[in-house]
Write a protein that binds this ligand. Structure first.
Ligand SMILES: Cc1ncc(COP(=O)(O)O)c(C=O)c1O
Length: 475
């Protein structure tokens, strides 16, 4: 592997060299192959997900953030934050190029047209409505109940503001997507965590516990993650109905985050909460979605939400202060209009990655345990308790906490280092792979790592080989 210090990893070097030029990039043996790659062609109707697409030097969280935060002298793979390493679907890049040829970046027309259902950007609105009808049978989105935001978080925040008074509890089946905890923190809300159970290798909601928590009069809202980040469940219609009925009975508003909806494995079916068939249950919900996960457009900032009850929609929209991003709208519209074949192939490729990683770990890495192959998402949830034990992660964390820790920018209090943080550092230092520590995903997260497999099979293989080799040295 090359030494990162000797090669330019800054944005300037990257842009001068281009994503597929090896000369300016800090590449390990795996990524050296990037240099030889050609621009991803569509040969025989096939998109290229196999050629590693180098992101180092673009100031991306997944690779550059990992190198910076873990002070990595070399890297095999950034496998943390939930975006994908693939080259973007060409229709999106083409649409963006067309738009950037006009050099004015003033405010984008949208809100009023959404409400009227015509005019500027109606192609974007139509794209959302058509895509959701065609792919998932959602027929109840209209221009009048659709709100646009810069991200799913920026939609969830006004919904919490509308339905969760400060100090109230937000019910969540945990472990769950870590950034929800920041939404709660920022809204002065308290997590009401219902720990899921692992039954025959997959996570399930503990219904008795869930209902007990829903019946707490101070629980006013719940955040549902469908499919579920990080444990990879694709909830069935029956489970969603049960979830929704319990929440309706106890007057708990359902905020359904369905951003991962397209990533479902073979034999699985994503059920939108809005299609579960019970009108009262659906009317008690708001759904949050985006093209940003499906097509990896997270940096362009565009998402949306809808609610079938006009009163519920009105209350969220009242607090919705998101501005719209021109390039976010352009890219989402293009993706929905022309990205279907790319998406289908991408989801299939990811499903192959999930199977490959699950199988590889079971066979080759005894210090990591995995359950069934994840049903959905491009995230794998690894039980690292044997590894944590082996490296004495708890003791390492205790020793770190004796030292002065930097203040957490949100709480203003010193960070507390967890044993999962130490396992994360261990992976970065010994396998040159960065993943997300489990404890940040709340109750039930301890002794886990979240691994993002949305990358080329070559990169995934190199990362797993590197982890296997590093853990073998401990045996
Ligand atoms: C479940 C879930 N919701 C929301 C987000 C973030 O969405 P956005 O970037 O649109 O705020 C993520 C990103 O990883 C996610 O996994």
């Amino acid at each position: 592997m090359e030494d990162l210090k000797k090669t330019g990893t800054d944005r300037r070097s990257f842009l001068m060299g281009g994503a597929r030029s090896a000369s300016v990039l800090a590449l390990g043996p795996l990524l050296a192959s990037v240099g030889a790659a050609k621009a991803a062609p569509m040969a025989g109707g096939k998109y290229d997900f196999d050629t590693p697409y180098n992101r180092i030097g673009t100031d991306c969280v997944k690779w550059d953030g990992a190198i910076r935060d873990e002070k990595m002298p070399k890297i095999v793979a950034g496998m943390g934050i939930a975006d994908m390493d693939f080259e973007c679907v060409p229709v999106v890049t083409e649409a963006l190029q067309k738009r950037v040829s006009h050099h004015n970046w003033g405010y984008e027309l949208l809100d009023i047209d959404l409400l009227l259902g015509n005019g500027g950007n109606s192609g974007f609105v139509k794209g959302i409505i058509d895509w959701n009808r065609k792919h998932y049978g959602i027929t109840n989105i209209t221009p009048a109940n659709l709100g646009v935001t810069t991200g799913v978080h920026s939609g969830i925040m006004p919904a919490l503001r509308a339905f969760a008074p400060p100090g109230s509890k937000v019910l969540m089946a945990t472990p769950i997507y870590n950034a929800f905890y920041f939404d709660l923190y920022g809204s002065k809300l308290v997590a009401n965590e219902s720990l899921m159970k692992v039954v025959n290798g997959r996570y399930e909601i503990d219904w008795a516990d869930f209902e007990k928590r829903a019946s707490d009069p101070n629980t006013k809202t719940t955040i549902l993650c469908n499919p579920h980040n990080p444990v990879g469940r694709v909830w069935s219609k029956e489970e969603l109905l049960r979830y929704g009925q319990i929440c309706l009975k106890h007057n708990v508003k359902v905020l359904s985050d369905e951003i991962h909806c397209d990533f479902v494995g073979k034999g699985q079916k994503y059920t939108p909460f809005a299609t579960i068939g019970d009108k009262k249950v659906v009317d008690n919900s708001i759904t949050f979605k985006a093209a940003s996960k499906t097509f990896s457009l997270a940096g362009l900032k565009c998402a949306w939400f809808f609610a079938t009850d006009p009163e519920v929609f009105k209350q969220v929209q009242f607090w919705n202060r998101s501005e719209v991003s021109t390039l976010g709208i352009v890219s989402s519209e293009a993706a929905y209009a022309g990205g279907e074949a790319w998406m289908t192939q991408c989801v299939d490729y990811i499903d192959g990655n999930q199977a490959f990683a699950n199988d590889y770990i079971k066979k080759n890495i005894p210090l990591i345990k995995v359950g069934n192959k994840p049903e959905g998402t491009y995230l794998a949830w690894l039980d690292v308790s044997p590894l944590a034990e082996k490296i004495g992660a708890k003791k390492l964390a205790d020793a770190e906490n004796q030292k002065k820790q930097p203040n957490n920018p949100l709480t203003g209090k010193p960070n507390v280092v967890s044993s999962d943080d130490m396992v994360g550092h261990w992976f970065a230092k010994n396998a040159y792979v960065q993943m997300n520590p489990g404890l940040s995903y709340g109750l039930g997260g301890l002794n886990h790592m979240r691994m993002n497999v949305a990358t080329s099979r070559k990169t995934l293989t190199a990362a797993l080989d590197s982890i296997a080799a590093a853990t073998k040295k401990l045996a």
